[in-house]
Write a protein that binds this ligand. Structure first.
Ligand code: TRH
Length: 396
C-alpha cells in the first residue's frame, strides 16, 4: 500500500470496492459504473472485488485465479488481504453498498490527512437504487467518521435531486439502431443457440427469483394461440418451474429446448452485460429482477415485469410501489392499473391473479409501446449517474 505519487498528469484514479453479497447485482452495478467511468471520463478505475467466481458468470473472459487483470480499460483486483499491497491512494474511494473498506486503507488516509490534507481522497458510499421519496433528502449527506474522515452517501435515484441512474452516453442510440433492423435480433438468437424462433413469434426473457407466479404465467401462455419462446438462464427462475422440466435442473444443458405445446422453453446461456442488453432489446417482453437488470429492462424500451429483491417484512413491496407510481405517472389509467397489478401479483407470487392480469394487459397497445419508449428519456432526467457522480466529486 502506498501514498499518492507526485503525479505529473492530471488523470484521476478512483477505487471501487465491492463485496458480492449474493447473486450478480453488486458486481453487476459496480462493473457497469467502472466501465463507464473509464470509457467516458478517462478515469483510471480500480475495481476491487472479493468474489471473482461470481464475476466470471457475467464476464467469461475473467480468470478468477488472477490477483490483477484488465478488461474494458478497468483494472480488476481480487480483493483479499494479500493483494492490498497493490493499493495506492487515489482521488476517490467508493465503497459499494456499505461494504467496509479495509482498515489499513483508512489508517493510511488518516496519516495522509495529517501530512497533506489536500491529497485526501473523496470517500463515498454508493447505495442501492430506490424510487422512494426519502432518497432526495439523504443523497449527498456527509457522515463524520470516528477516524476523523468524512464519508458521503451517494444515493442513485429517479429525480434530479438524487444521484441518478447508470446509463452510458450512447446507449439509446445503439439500442435504436439495433431495434431498427430486425435481422439483429434473429442473428443474436442464432448466436445464442436458440433455434426455431421465427420473426413473428413472441419472445420473452426471464431472469427472476423463485416465485410460483412464473409457473402460472407459463401455464397460461400454453393456452394462448401464438407461439411463445421463453428464454431462461440456468438459475433461480428454473426452481419455480421444475414440474415443467423433463429432468433435474442440474442435468439441463444450455441451448436445450423444452416443448410445451405453443410454448418453447429455451435454456439460455449467460452472456456478458452487453450481450444481455442486446437480448433485452430483442425480446418482446422481459422479466427482470434486482437492480441492474431492472434498469436495463427500462433502457430496452420494452415492457417488463420487475421481480424486486425480497426484503424483510415485505419492505420491498413499498419500494415496488414507489417505482410503479413514478413509472405510471404519464400512463393511461387503465394501462397503469393493469401493469401495476401484474407486477404486484408476480411479486406476491399470486398464482391466480397473475395470469388474469397478464391476460388484461395488452402490451402491444400503441400508447403502452409509446410509454416504454418515452420512459427512459424521462427517467434519465438530463444526467446519468456517472456524470452526476463526476460533478459531485468536483464540487466536494
Ligand atoms: C442473465 C444475465 C445477467 N447479467 C447481469 C445483469 C446484471 O448486471 C446482473 C444481475 O444483477 P441484478 O439484475 O441486479 O439482479 P441480482 O438478483 O443478480 O442482484 C441482486 O443482488 C442483491 C444482492 C441486491 O441486493 C439486489 O438489489 C440485486 O442487485 O447480471 C449478465 O451480464 N448476463 C446475463 O446473461
Amino acid at each position: 500500500m502506498s501514498l499518492p505519487s507526485q503525479q505529473t498528469n492530471t488523470r484521476q484514479q478512483w477505487d471501487i470496492f465491492c463485496v458480492v453479497v449474493d447473486n450478480y447485482g453488486d458486481i453487476g452495478v459496480t462493473w457497469r459504473l467502472a466501465k463507464q467511468l473509464a470509457a467516458e471520463y478517462s478515469i483510471e478505475v480500480n475495481l476491487w472485488i472479493d468474489d471473482l467466481n461470481s464475476f466470471s458468470h457475467i464476464l467469461a473472459r475473467l480468470n478468477p485465479e488472477l490477483a490483477r487483470q484488465q478488461f474494458d480499460g478497468v483494472n480488476i483486483f481480487h480483493w483479499k488481504a494479500e493483494n492490498l499491497t497493490h493499493f495506492s491512494i487515489g482521488n476517490v474511494l467508493i465503497e459499494a453498498f456499505a461494504c467496509e473498506i479495509p482498515s489499513q486503507i483508512i489508517e493510511s488516509i488518516v496519516k495522509l490527512k495529517q501530512l497533506t490534507p489536500s491529497k485526501v481522497p473523496i470517500w463515498l458510499n454508493l447505495e442501492y437504487l430506490s424510487a422512494e421519496d426519502w432518497v432526495e433528502g439523504c443523497h449527498g449527506l456527509p457522515s463524520f467518521q470516528a477516524c476523523g474522515l468524512q464519508k458521503f452517501f451517494y444515493l442513485p435515484g429517479f429525480t434530479s435531486k438524487t444521484g441518478g441512474l447508470i446509463c452510458e452516453k450512447n446507449l439509446f442510440v445503439e439500442r435504436d439502431a439495433w431495434q431498427a433492423d430486425h435481422t439483429n435480433k434473429m442473428r443474436l438468437f442464432q448466436q445464442l443457440g436458440l433455434t426455431g424462433i421465427k420473426p413473428e413469434h413472441q419472445v420473452i426473457s426471464v431472469f427472476s427469483y423463485e416465485t410460483p407466479a412464473l409457473l402460472s404465467l407459463i401455464t397460461y401462455w400454453q393456452t394462448c394461440k401464438s407461439n411463445i419462446h421463453v428464454l431462461i438462464p440456468k438459475g433461480k427462475s428454473l426452481n419455480s418451474i421444475t414440474s415443467l422440466l423433463p429432468c433435474e435442473i442440474a442435468d439441463l444443458i444450455v441451448g436445450q429446448q423444452i416443448s410445451l405445446g405453443n410454448v418453447t422453453l429455451h435454456v439460455l446461456p449467460m452472456t456478458d452485460q452487453q450481450g444481455y442488453d442486446r437480448l433485452l432489446w430483442s425480446c418482446d417482453f422481459n422479466i427482470v429482477r434486482g437492480e441492474d437488470s431492472f434498469l436495463r429492462a427500462q433502457w430496452a424500451a420494452k415492457p417488463f415485469i420487475w421481480h424486486i429483491y425480497p426484503q424483510e417484512d415485505d419492505y420491498h413491496l413499498i419500494k415496488l410501489q414507489a417505482f410503479m407510481q413514478i413509472y405510471c405517472d404519464n400512463l393511461a389509467p387503465d394501462l397503469a392499473k393493469n401493469w401495476c397489478e401484474l407486477n404486484l401479483a408476480f411479486n406476491q407470487g399470486n398464482q391466480i391473479t397473475v395470469a388474469n392480469h397478464w391476460q388484461r394487459l395488452d402490451f402491444t397497445n400503441l400508447s403502452f409501446a409509446q410509454h416504454v419508449k418515452k420512459w427512459p428519456i424521462t427517467a434519465i432526467n438530463d444526467a446519468d449517474l456517472a456524470s452526476r457522480l463526476v460533478q459531485f466529486v468536483k464540487n466536494s
